[in-house]
Design a protein around this ligand. Structure first.
Ligand SMILES: C[S@@+](CC[C@H](N)C(=O)[O-])C[C@H]1O[C@@H](n2cnc3c(N)ncnc32)[C@H](O)[C@@H]1O
Length: 326
């Protein structure tokens, strides 16, 4: 829609006094309500600096994010830019259920979390640890149940958020049997129920279509005027790195190639693509995997603070990549 502005000159005596309106209530900016492995909050400024110019100009018809995780890029883009349609997806069922439930039933989720927080904060450390492991057992005990019953989904979402806020390092990791297996973390007053943020997330999620599926399914509908941000589990940068343990099915070399095949096809359809991955040159300066896999794409190297293995004392500055086809 074209907006035309007519410039009219007005002298002070033409202006009738109007009582100023009350300032609008401060709109809370929605931030990810879950901490997720590989979260992009830290490098958002770099991602923003590299988005296609068409997104800034409001000319993108659809934004798609098929490896949603904690959704930091989605929340940023959905609140900052005008996009016709937004599709977010992931193949982690509990994660996608949590997004759907926060979108459609945020009040009961907040009530459940407020109760968790009140109880948890009043306990000593030993009691907190017991509560954590009891909740983890309850969450894992029902991991094969598949029902759209609202109270089941609300309880499961509240459990996931509670575990995410009280576990060691806010990690999400499952074992080969698909059971969440992160240990208890000791935090003084973890923000289990961030009411304002959950409400803000719910409002932003109203703009999005949420899907539980493999990345390839949402890519089928991508056309020339779409922007797709792809943040797959990283290609491991070392034998000890554990970046790909999001689900029992690992995102191995074959999966990286399957993703690349889809991206090269989308490139032919002239959609705008941005792909994140680890920089293999951290370990081997001669590794040209991404240059060879994505020929003609632009590869930008960023420096990020990442865990390089499971122990927190092994954090360090390592570089990661943004790969774009524009
Ligand atoms: C690196 S994380 C995304 C992190 C996210 N950008 C953030 O800021 O939190 C990768 C995500 O891909 C999902 N995933 C793994 N394999 C997938 C597949 N085949 N299809 C769709 N999603 C997949 C995982 O469940 C995980 O949430």
């Amino acid at each position: 829609m074209d907006i035309q502005t007519e410039v009219v000159s007005i002298s002070p005596q033409d202006v009738e006094y109007e009582r100023p309106e009350a300032p609008p209530a401060v709109q809370v900016i929605a931030r990810p309500f879950l901490k997720w492995v590989g979260g992009k909050t830290q490098i958002l400024p770099h991602i923003d600096a590299n988005i296609p110019i068409e997104l800034r100009g409001g000319e993108i018809s659809a934004y798609l994010e098929p490896f949603l995780g904690g959704g930091s890029v989605f929340f940023h883009i959905a609140q900052r830019y005008r996009v016709g349609r937004i599709v977010i997806s992931d193949n982690n069922r509990d994660l996608i259920w949590a997004y759907e439930t926060v979108k459609n039933h945020v009040d009961p989720v907040i009530d459940a979390l407020a109760e968790y927080q009140q109880i948890f904060w009043a306990l000593n450390n030993e009691e907190r640890s017991k509560m954590y492991y009891a909740t983890r057992d309850a969450f894992n005990g029902k991991r094969h149940e598949d029902t759209d019953d609202v109270s089941f989904r609300v309880e499961r979402t509240a459990q996931l958020i509670f575990l995410n806020k009280t576990c060691f390092n806010g990690l999400y990791r499952v074992n080969a049997a698909g059971a969440f297996n992160v240990a208890f973390g000791r935090y003084d007053k973890p923000p289990i129920c961030d009411r304002e943020n959950l409400n803000a997330c719910s409002r932003v999620l109203e703009k999005a279509e949420i899907r539980l599926c493999d990345f390839s399914e949402v890519l089928q509908s991508v056309g020339s005027n779409c922007f797709v941000y792809l943040d797959p589990p990283y290609r491991p940068i070392s034998m000890t790195a554990n970046f790909t343990s999001y689900s029992p099915t690992n995102f191995d070399a074959i999966e990286q190639q399957r993703l690349a095949a889809h991206c090269l096809e989308l490139d032919q359809r002239e959609s705008k693509l941005m792909i994140s991955n680890s920089d293999p040159k951290n370990i081997n300066p001669d590794d040209r995997y991404f240059e060879e896999t994505y020929p003609h794409f632009r590869i930008t190297t960023l420096s990020a603070n990442r865990m390089v293995n499971c122990k927190t004392d092994r954090r360090g500055k390592i570089s990661e990549l943004l790969i774009t086809n524009y």
